[in-house]
Design a protein around this ligand. Structure first.
Ligand SMILES: [Zn+2]
Length: 64
């Protein structure tokens, strides 16, 4: 037999455990070069720059 709980976990205790389960918001920022919404401390996916410095050439979208 596998692991079997010795005692029932009360709803209050279950809730207290799950009070830490919420997902945190991803901090977002705007790119200083193109103004697109990007993650903080990440290279902008729209223009490929970080703090105004080009890091890589952004991929051309198929619609352009
Ligand atoms: Zn950008």
């Amino acid at each position: 037999m596998g692991a079997v709980p010795k005692q029932r976990i009360s709803k209050g205790r279950q809730g207290r455990r799950r009070s830490h389960h919420a997902l945190a918001r991803v901090p977002m920022d705007t790119c200083p070069r193109c103004g697109a919404t990007k993650r903080t401390h990440h290279v902008c996916p729209e223009c490929g720059t970080y703090a105004g410095v080009p890091v890589y050439e952004p991929r051309k979208k198929s619609s352009e």
